[in-house]
Each structure stands twice: as structure tokens, then as C-alpha cells.
Design a protein around this ligand. Structure first.
Ligand code: GAL
Length: 510
């Protein structure tokens, strides 16, 4: 079985640079053996044979990539899990392997950089949690563009799997507190920046805005979200919508449903019809640890006016409101229609159930649209989550600059690119989001994205809490914890009390 346990967290390591720098430095590595990959070979198996431990495969990857810089007949291993037959590998001596591994931690972005030689103009370590189909396809578009203009910079993709950054954010924070950092990383626009103590672990990117005149090309709602204490901390690449109900059209037809539900009554009536037709009505993930909270923020947004919903996050609306009680009741009912194995399914796996025709509906952000695009699946429909028509629950992914970025000049080139029209058009078409810029041409975007772009300019925009926009790390964590418990207990009163307590602790008198 071809499995790399250690790749579960550090996924999709891509070496994106084309051709090595003109004069690659000679590596000091000598190969104890050279091996040509044959069918059934994989790195951990070779590592076990050479060194007695499967986890030593990183040393083979490191040695082979260093060799490749001076001799192109050696392979360039971008992804340890994707060897190809015929590739030439360098197996270092046991001493060299041990010396390398002694100081190597694959969950540390800066250590991943050690696996690749630097280009003539160094490296850039790009950290994100984009490892799923549409996510990676979008990121790869940016790599391609960066590579074109900066062929001498080696790109290190330090992506950590886990939807909504579940694994990524904690790992990154502890690394940065320990004094090591990637060159740039994925950061939601909004109060999420407080996680990284703006001005301490991350530096502002005002100069990048000035140089590129970015303040003039992003919409006012987004600028308001991006500015924290009068500074910009990230360059946004997109705007995602949280509150989308996706459905499989063929399954709707099969169950005799002719229109997407717009109210919760209609939703549950449709779910009953699907059940009666032997179709699983709702696909729900849970493994990434954000899906329940995500669904709840959308239900909340549909249970009150946009202003009341915003008020939940700034202290103007009390969590004691009967509208919160009703939203919890709705969530409870929604869960009762969903698969019970949600803890085993990531958001992407739940989306896959729709693609495979195994479930009919799913509430998820429009990164699900990116999954549909990457799977070439077109038989889906969408609607605002019941009750939220006219409301756009928004979030935005940006790239930030750590104070300890090892390659600052390259990081700034990445930030220039992230805000550009060309990069945003290429990225978002794959990612399933609309541009952060106001001047993108949507003609070649898919129908969903064209509708999202229209809604963004016509709807009331409210911030997502689960995706970093509405609240800082404290409140968003206690909100999340309360909902995760609720998914198991179903206790509406206790959960509402926990939410009231969370808001109170955040300084909002209830
Ligand atoms: C969100 C992020 C999106 C998407 C999603 C699932 O937090 O903003 O870009 O990646 O998580 O991983």
C-alpha cells in the first residue's frame, strides 16, 4: 500500500519552478547508491531498505533534489507520494541522511524549503491550506504566473491539509512564536489577523498597496475588512460566499423537486421528498471541524436582518434573542437529515457525495464550486441558503507577510502578483470564488461565479465568523466549540447559554 503517513498533514508539496537557476551551486552530496524507480517502488519503501526507517524518505527526497540542481538526469521530486517509473534517485549515505533528518521537521514550512535547492534568486515559501482539487488548481495558476516572471526563484508549496485552516493555523502560529516563518501565508481578511499579533508576528503591507495602488481596485466593503488599526495586513486574492446551498440536479428531478428551496419549510419538504425517493437528502462533513459552525452561521444570517446578524459580532444584538433559539432548532433539524458519519468526511468528501449522486444537497462555501470545476461536474444547481436571499455572507483569502519571512523581496513579488488582475482572473476561475478586484472580466467565468459577482454588488454584505472576517480568534473559537458540542448534544438551551457566555467574555454585554 502506497501510503505516507507523514504526508497527511504536509500535503501536495509542489516544486513549482521551471528549470533550475542558470548556475546551480554544486551540492556536497554524494549518492551512496543511485536507484531507478520501477513499478511498485515508493519512497518510504526505498528508505526502509536503505536506512531501516520509512520516515527517512525525506532524506532521499532532499538528496535527489539537490543532485537534480547540478545534474538534470536526477529527478526533481515535488511530491513524495508521486514517484514515476524511470526516475533516477539519489540515496545518500546513512550518515548524511541522519545529519539531514536530525534537524528536519516536515510540518515546519521553513524546513520544507530545505528539501529544495534555491534558485539563483532564492526561494519563496508559500503557506496555505489549499490542498483539495479546486483549491490547488487555483494556487497552481498563481505558481505558474509567478514562475513565468521569476524563473530564478524556487517556489516551495508549504500547504497543510485541513479545510478552513483547521490544522494550518495552529501549526503556523506555534512556528512563528518559535521564530520561524514562511515567506507568505494565507490569512482571512478581517479580525483573524489578531491571531498573529499584527505588528509583531506579521508586518503591515501598506507599501505593497501604495506601489500597486491596490486601495483603488478593491471594493469599499473589502477595504473595510482588510484595514486593521489603520493598516493593511494582507493582499486579498478573492471573495468567497459562505451561504450557498448546492444541489444535484438529477437527484432533484428524480425526486420531483422543481425549484430550489428558499425557506426552511421548503427545504425540509424537499428533504422529505428526497428521502421518500430513497435519496440521501443532505451531505454534511465534520472532519475538518468547521462544517457545523459554517452551516450555523448561514442559518443565523437567514434568521434575522443583515444588521441584526452583524450585531451578533459587535455587541448590538443579544445572543439571548429568540431568533438565535430558532436558528439552533433549525440546525438541529438539518443535522437530523444528514449522514451520521460526518466525522469521517472532510468538506471536500461531502461535496464529492453530491458529485457522485450519492446525496442531494449540501451547504458549503463556494469553494465547493471549485471542486465541481476541478471534477468537471456540471449537473449542479445553487441557491442562497434558505432565508438568506439578498444576503451575502462574505470572506476573503489574502496573503500576509510574516515578520520573520526569510525571503522578503520574493514575498513582496508574490504580493504584487496576488493583487493583480491577471492572477486573480486565473486563480478564481479554478478556486470557485470571485475576484477581490473590481475590474475582473467575468465573461469566461462559470455561470455560478457570474451570479455570485452580481450578488456581491447587489446584496447586503455580512462577515463570516468561521472564516475569519467577523470576530477575533477568542470569540470565533468559543463559538466553534459551542457548536461542535451542540452537534453531539442537540441541547439548544445549553448551547445558547454557551454562546451568550462567549459573547460576554468577548466584552459584549448581553
Ligand atoms: C476557507 C477558505 C477557502 C477554502 C475553505 C476550505 O476558510 O477561505 O479558501 O479553502 O476554507 O478549505
Amino acid at each position: 500500500m502506497k501510503k505516507f503517513v507523514y504526508l497527511l498533514l504536509v500535503a501536495a508539496m509542489l516544486l513549482a519552478s521551471v528549470g533550475n537557476a542558470a548556475a546551480a551551486p554544486k551540492s556536497a552530496i554524494t549518492c551512496d547508491q543511485t536507484v531507478t524507480v520501477t513499478a511498485g517502488d515508493w519512497l518510504s519503501k526505498l528508505a526502509e531498505k536503505a536506512f531501516g526507517t520509512v520516515t527517512s524518505y525525506w532524506a532521499i527526497m532532499w538528496a535527489t533534489n539537490q543532485k537534480n540542481a547540478e545534474d538534470a538526469s536526477f529527478a526533481k521530486i515535488a511530491n513524495a507520494d508521486a514517484l514515476e517509473v524511470g526516475q533516477k534517485l539519489c540515496i545518500p549515505s546513512k550518515t548524511d541522511a541522519e545529519a539531514f533528518l536530525k534537524d528536519f521537521n516536515p510540518t515546519r514550512a521553513s524546513d520544507l524549503a530545505k528539501l529544495f535547492p534555491a534558485g539563483a534568486k532564492g526561494q519563496i515559501i508559500v503557506a496555505s491550506w489549499w490542498t483539495n482539487g479546486g483549491e490547488f488548481a487555483g494556487l497552481n495558476q498563481m505558481f505558474e504566473q509567478f514562475k513565468k516572471t521569476n524563473p530564478d526563484v524556487e517556489i516551495i508549496n508549504a500547504a497543510v491539509a485541513g479545510g478552513a485552516g483547521t490544522n494550518f493555523k495552529g501549526q503556523l502560529l506555534s512556528q512563528m512564536l518559535g521564530g520561524v516563518a514562511p515567506d507568505t501565508f494565507q490569512l482571512h481578511a478581517g479580525l483573524e489577523v489578531e491571531t498573529y499579533d499584527p505588528g509583531t508576528l506579521v508586518v503591515n503591507v501598506d507599501d505593497v498597496y501604495t506601489k500597486n495602488n491596490f486601495a483603488a481596485v478593491f471594493p469599499a466593503d473589502l477595504i473595510a475588512l482588510l484595514k486593521y488599526k489603520d493598516h493593511f495586513w494582507g493582499v486579498p486574492v478573492n471573495i468567497h460566499r459562505s451561504n450557498v446551498l448546492w444541489y444535484n440536479k438529477a437527484l432533484f428531478t428524480k425526486a420531483g423537486i422543481t425549484a430550489a428551496p428558499t425557506t426552511w419549510d421548503e427545504f425540509f419538504a424537499a428533504a422529505d421528498k428526497l428521502k421518500a425517493a430513497g435519496i440521501a437528502p443532505v451531505a454534511l462533513g465534520g472532519k475538518d471541524g468547521f462544517e457545523i459552525q459554517h452551516t450555523f452561521e448561514d442559518i443565523l444570517a437567514g434568521s434575522m436582518t443583515a444588521d441584526e446578524y452583524r450585531g451578533l459580532w459587535n455587541g448590538k444584538t443579544s445572543w439571548k434573542s429568540p431568533k438565535v433559539t430558532a436558528a439552533l432548532e433549525t440546525l438541529k433539524k438539518y443535522i437530523s437529515y444528514a449522514n451520521t458519519d460526518r466525522d469521517a468526511l472532510t468538506w471536500a468528501a461531502a461535496t464529492q457525495l453530491l458529485i457522485d449522486g450519492k446525496a442531494a444537497m449540501n451547504i458549503m462555501g463556494d469553494w465547493a464550486n471549485g471542486q465541481f470545476i476541478s471534477a468537471s461536474f456540471t449537473d449542479y444547481g445553487w441557491a442562497a441558503v434558505p432565508g438568506t436571499n439578498g444576503t451575502f455572507v462574505a470572506l476573503s483569502d489574502s496573503f500576509a507577510l510574516p515578520a520573520k519571512a526569510p525571503n522578503v523581496a520574493n514575498a513582496k513579488l508574490w504580493l504584487d502578483l496576488a493583487g493583480s488582475k491577471a492572477a486573480q482572473e486565473a486563480f478564481n476561475k479554478q478556486k470557485g470564488s470571485i475576484c477581490a478586484r473590481t475590474d475582473c472580466d467575468y465573461a469566461s467565468f462559470n455561470a455560478y461565479l457570474q451570479s455570485a459577482a452580481k450578488d456581491w454588488s447587489a446584496n447586503a454584505i455580512v462577515p463570516s465568523v468561521v472564516h475569519g472576517a467577523a470576530a477575533g480568534p477568542g470569540l470565533s473559537k468559543s463559538f466553534g466549540d459551542a457548536l461542535i458540542l451542540f452537534a453531539v448534544s442537540g441541547d439548544v438551551a445549553a448551547t445558547q447559554s454557551a454562546l451568550v457566555a462567549a459573547a460576554t467574555a468577548a466584552g459584549f454585554a448581553q
